[in-house]
Write a protein that binds this ligand. Sequence first.
Ligand code: SPV
Ligand code: MN
Length: 656
Amino acid sequence: MDVGRIVKLPLGSAVDFLLMLSRERETWDEIPMSLEKYLDEKNLGKLKALNNSKIMEVVETFLDLCKPDRATVITDAPEDLDYVRELSLKTGEERHLQMEGHTIHFDGYHDQARDKANTKVLLPKGAVISKHINTIDRDEGLKEIFSLMDGIMKGKEALILFFSLGPKDSIFSVPALQITDSAYVAHSEIMLYRPAYDMFKRMQDSLQNFFYFVHSAGELENGVSKNVDKRRIYIDLQENRVFSINNQYAGNSLGLKKLALRLAINKAVREGNWLAEHMFISGIRSLDGKRKTYFLGAYPSMCGKTSTAMIPGNTIVGDDIAYIRINEKGEARAANIESGMFGIIKDVNPIDDPLIYKALTTPRELIFSNVLIKDGVPYWTGMGKEIPTEGVNFSGEWYQGKKDENGKEIPPSHPNARFTLKLEDLDNCDSALHNSEGVFFKGIVYGGRDSDTSVPIFEAFNWSHGVFVGASIESETTAATLGKIGVRALQPMANLDFVVVPLGRYFKAHFDFAKKLKNPQQVRIFSTNYFLKDASGNFYDEKVDKKVWFVWAEGRVNGEFDAIETPIGYIPRYDDLKRLFKEVFNKDYDRERYEKEFAIRVQKWLEKLDRIEAAYQDEPYLPDEFLEELRGLRQRLLDAREKFNLEEIPPSKFGK
Ligand code: SPV
Ligand code: MN
């Protein structure tokens, strides 16, 4: 065994650990003594059936470090999956609700969102990385986290689970192993991902490169992680593994969600021929409903990503993470690496989100998290129904007016409260969800949260311009991450939180991607902004209006609708939008609104470009294409300002 791959720890208890690591073994039939301490014969048998030396090494190493009372191997068998469901009720991490199949889970009061401050990439000495990435020296980080993990599972049961990120046995699949002492985490993962013990078994010892995740919720109090001050999420790119401790919130705890996305981005950029993206995949219907074209979309948290993926009439393949690969025919194909939805529940009501609302209010396997519970019934903000004035929520017993230790009033349901369900439970789930070829797609849409600069929708001139559009998404910060809310932040490709390689390298992978396609024009890139406000601070658009923007984009990629060329890209013609609003909603779309919301706000755009330039100023490896696009856009804006002598240029100035 290669001892050097695991850090040498100068810790007392780690002496045994290191001795264990250096033991030589002939075959995995000689049952390792330490595994027998945790696994009974049946469970050990399940592990040995995989005939995989690396898995044995990983499981043994981390059970020895975390010291659970026992461990259980979860295969894809229905009884094993049921075991996980039942365990999450037994440990108190979930509780039954009135509706059949529904449960409630609470994350701790201070564990309601991704913890950016304590999520760090372990950086080997001498490595160069972006200032945007939070890092810790690798040796130091491993030493810290291993000492925190020492004995962290005492008194608990560890679960060992096997998954495929992406459809099993496909060009997309990345095998992933999860060890966790949280039955809630395991339960969420068997709903959100594809259990793939069978795939691991087929691959046997040839499988040495898989992602692995070791998670511990740490000590629990009333079913929630107690030691959040010792919450750590450390990403080891060198070994394709992540350690996550003292948390339960899925964005922190579930290895396969944002932890695996980080490893996948690193892998994709290094391998150089695919992309790992924070994107939904949706089948967009044409105006007549007869054609369906797949689009991908990247939106930072709380910028309308899930609701875009759920536009009535369209289908959903995925709502959060997509891998994009090139198949043998040279086509770009996309697959959802998940199979479920971990969606925000705020404002889910029969009008704004009818399909999700229906799923949340009918019997099925479903985990609510951090909503208000009263008499076994869940309530959340914006559900279109009166909410009780007392109950149980993420703060414990709750009553209206309750304040936290800082005097802040506690809302009945957390703004980042969530639901977890299987995509197949949604009426609009696309039949290509598990397609091993992924889907052929023609559009990518980037959307931010911007109240005063960009237009509701525009199309980039070409792929390179589109990559720049993606790289310049900005969003106001939201409740999905800890920290101050409402600050404008750059969110390239809505992926910034997860890009663990220098951003310049990540952008370069994007710029180069289309060049590798048989048809470099296969994919067109768009930008949407649902959050533009008028002078009195009201949104120009209603939530449902996004359907029209997408019908337009779907038509564009299929050769329909002329467009108007502006400095920022192609925008829709008034006559087309007027017709679309009429046909889709039977609404009148007036010219005055069009002239305002599709105006090119030159000064605001120039300010945005200045912010982007400043943010990327010292960025290593920034590709030339990026700077060319930035300069080109700035010049086009300046030219237009000069030509029309206006700061805000109405679309009619550019064409009809
Ligand atoms: C997001 O915030 O982008 C989510 C939820 O999809 S989380 O699991 O926190 O990443
Ligand atoms: Mn997400």
